[in-house]
Write a protein that binds this ligand. Structure first.
Ligand SMILES: C[S@@+](CC[C@H](N)C(=O)[O-])C[C@H]1O[C@@H](n2cnc3c(N)ncnc32)[C@H](O)[C@@H]1O
Length: 325
């Protein structure tokens, strides 16, 4: 009988319990053996440790709900689901609008973002890319003690600027739950495209429709404590004139902006960074930090706060090997 009970108990073990994984996943001693693919054609094999595997399983559960909901929308609009997804595959793969229009780096047009089949493909593929990148970014920032100032706050209001489906906010939610579980957080996305409302609802993220170039929206951003720009700074703010908008965002309650992308040189960021050295008085109180390397802008931080020089005794392991790659 005792044997039977033991067997049932082990079956009921929560996904997250594993002898080599601690609660945060910080000191996971497992190897990077779990294989996953962050791209549409499954060309790029990537590896995660046990913590990463568990995190991806959690993400996939959310994604299944999101994709189901997008398919339901197609049905409600009496669209042929297969055909719509095929069209989405084409748009995603061929990027028909790339290079069209005056703004550099824009991969898809506003109309393409509106297409439900495109949204289906985008949501499916980008979920893993964005989640793994941002989660690793947060662990890197934790290792440098960047969240120290938030520890004394009861609640931290977080906003993603141009957040789209908000994978970055989902990563923040999971990260805070594991690393700073005593801090209550609220999550909001500001985006122009109303279609992202669906994934945001499933991720339990408040969605605000608006343009990040609008003065009123920038004033709204001041009411948050922490912000993130994932694949937005280079694509939408990479002109000296627009860098002033970023600087304008860094007032009011806003303490820190996390910036993620796969772009190694972001003019706007370097411009703000140079200002930090005193050439531009206006930027004097804004500090910048590169999380990967001094000349690599893929994961960087813009902040008005002094970062504590006390580093944690033991660095946490990133769950996703070589990410961003
Ligand atoms: C490259 S996507 C990044 C989405 C998300 N942050 C990510 O990492 O997956 C850029 C996002 O910016 C939004 N966007 C474009 N122009 C905007 C504007 N003027 N104001 C607010 N959002 C905008 C788009 O709708 C899209 O969701």
């Amino acid at each position: 009988m005792a044997k039977k009970i033991k067997k049932v108990k082990s079956k009921l073990k929560p996904e997250t319990s594993s002898s080599d994984v601690d609660e945060s996943g910080c000191h996971d001693t497992s190897e990077y053996k779990f294989v996953y693919y962050p791209d549409l054609k499954q060309k790029y094999k990537q590896y995660a440790n046990k913590t990463g595997e568990l995190l991806l399983k959690g993400l996939n559960k959310q994604m299944a709900k999101i994709l189901k909901s997008i398919t339901e929308q197609m049905e409600e609009q009496k669209l042929d689901v297969k055909k719509t997804i095929d069209e989405g595959y084409y748009i995603y793969n061929e990027k028909p609008s790339q290079g069209v229009g005056k703004d550099k780096g824009i991969t898809w047009s506003d109309e393409e973002y509106e297409h439900l089949g495109f949204q289906y493909m985008y949501l499916k593929v980008k979920s893993t890319q964005r989640f793994t990148e941002v989660y690793n970014m947060l662990v890197r920032a934790h290792n440098k003690n960047y969240f120290e100032k938030f520890k004394s706050m009861k609640s931290v209001d977080i906003v993603s600027i141009g957040g789209g489906p908000s994978y970055e906010l989902y990563a923040l939610r999971v990260f805070f739950k594991r690393f700073y579980k005593n801090i209550h957080i609220t999550l909001t996305t500001i985006d122009l495209n109303n279609n992202w409302k669906v994934p945001n609802k499933i991720f339990d993220v408040q969605f605000v429709q608006g343009s990040f170039y609008d003065k009123d929206v920038i004033n709204t951003i001041h009411k948050y404590d922490l912000s993130i720009m994932s694949y937005v700074m280079f694509h939408y703010f990479d002109k000296p004139k627009k860098s002033n908008l970023i600087i304008n965002m860094m007032s009011g309650r806003m303490k820190m902006m996390l910036v993620n992308s796969r772009v190694k040189n972001i003019g706007t960021y370097d411009y703000i960074k140079r200002g930090k050295r005193g050439k531009r008085g206006k930027r004097g109180n804004i500090k910048t930090y590169n999380l990967i390397a001094e000349t690599d802008n893929r994961q960087v931080v813009v902040t008005t706060e002094d970062i504590s020089p006390n580093l944690p005794d033991k660095k946490c392991k990133i769950p996703f090997l070589d990410v961003p790659f």
